[in-house]
Design a binder for this molecule. Structure first.
Ligand SMILES: C[S@@+](CC[C@H](N)C(=O)[O-])C[C@H]1O[C@@H](n2cnc3c(N)ncnc32)[C@H](O)[C@@H]1O
Length: 334
């Protein structure tokens, strides 16, 4: 096992491979300075997931208000036999943005003798630990990890794996974090990496009553608030920022014009802060826009998929129609 770039033997002994594609790390500062220079101020959600942010996200998934994870898990339980039939034996499952790799267990347990699992995440430390746990728990499975930025397309050309049917598993409604153009570009990147017969299994959160949506992103225990505030605390920790996080309030609002929940950090009072020698002002009531979570109807999701050259062959939902999973295959016409 060797690092693809340095050629040195890697220490990731329990994984079939660890491919470090060295996603650029230096952009954090540039992106923060750019975001704080805009009106309104904004930050890129990709930076939520340092070790602390990933751990808080795991707490969010267990919150009573956060229906997303438990609903998606329940749908996966229900549709296991259908997924096994669709994927066939010996499937290779690739999970972009694998995080703590919890949902994947449902899929792996459902499939018939899957051949391999490949976790892909921008957060290398978290990725390696999560994939090693999968490798330990599924000894018959080849498990690999790719440290990469999935917005840059998927480079799967060199996977040292048996070539079964590849399933790209993209749960959690991560697709909803992208603006429509970005969601299109992301799915197009997946599409380009696919061979005939490959498929995408993707989770997408649904448009529903705003009160349920807002509660899911502004929980009573304040866990999502901690998650949101960790972003500015990370700027203070890693970029020497001087933001007074204690004078910012977490806010989740439903924006019906774009069918999305927006997360903001709103200033309780005027403050001035520095990041890497640059000074910024926040006025009382001004917000830093930190995340969008777009919601879909079956029709709006289908038109997104079609615009990229996918057919939506199956859509599964829970009874209350809170969340959907979709099975996409490259369209024969594309
Ligand atoms: C919300 S977690 C999802 C975890 C898991 N897939 C699930 O649904 O339970 C999102 C994960 O995506 C990763 N991520 C976010 N942006 C990414 C990017 N551009 N490239 C690769 N990974 C990314 C984060 O590091 C994080 O681990």
């Amino acid at each position: 096992m060797h690092d693809r770039i340095t050629g040195r033997p890697s220490a990731h002994a329990t994984l079939a491979f660890y491919d470090d594609q060295h996603p650029p790390a230096g952009d954090f500062l540039a992106d923060v300075l750019d975001g704080f220079s805009r009106t309104p101020k904004q930050l890129t959600p990709i930076y939520f997931y340092d070790a602390k942010g990933s751990a808080i996200f795991d707490e969010i998934t267990a919150l009573p208000e956060y229906y997303v994870t438990r609903t998606e898990l329940a749908i996966l339980d229900t549709i296991g036999p259908e997924l096994a039939a669709l994927a066939g034996p010996g499937a290779v499952v690739i999970e972009p943005g694998s995080g703590s790799s919890v949902k994947i267990r449902k899929l792996l347990n459902a499939l018939s003798e899957p051949a391999a699992y490949v976790g892909l995440d921008i957060s290398g430390e978290h990725l390696e630990a999560a994939c090693q746990e999968i490798a330990a728990d599924y000894p018959a499975l080849q498990v690999g990890a790719i440290c990469a930025d999935f917005t840059q397309g998927l480079d799967l050309s060199h996977l040292p794996l048996e070539s079964g049917r590849r399933i790209i598993f993209f749960p959690g409604s991560t697709i909803g974090n992208f603006e429509p153009n970005g969601a299109h570009a992301l799915l197009a990147g997946f599409r380009r990496a696919m061979r005939p017969g490959d498929a995408v299994l993707i989770g997408a959160d649904r448009v529903k009553d705003p009160a349920t949506l807002v509660a899911a992103y502004a929980d009573a225990q304040g866990v999502t608030a901690r998650f949101n505030l960790n972003l500015v605390e990370r700027i203070n920790r890693e970029l020497g920022g001087t933001i007074d996080a204690g004078a910012l309030s977490h806010e989740a609002v439903w924006n019906p014009d774009f069918n999305r929940i927006e997360m903001h950090l709103r200033a309780d009072a005027d403050q001035q802060f520095d990041v890497a020698g640059r000074t910024f002002q926040l006025r009382e009531g001004e917000s830093i826009h930190t995340e969008n979570s777009h919601k879909f109807t079956p029709d709006s999701f289908t038109s997104l998929a079609k615009s990229v050259g996918f057919d939506v062959l199956h859509t599964w939902s829970d009874e209350a129609e809170l969340f959907s999973l979709h099975w996409l295959e490259p369209s024969a016409k594309a």
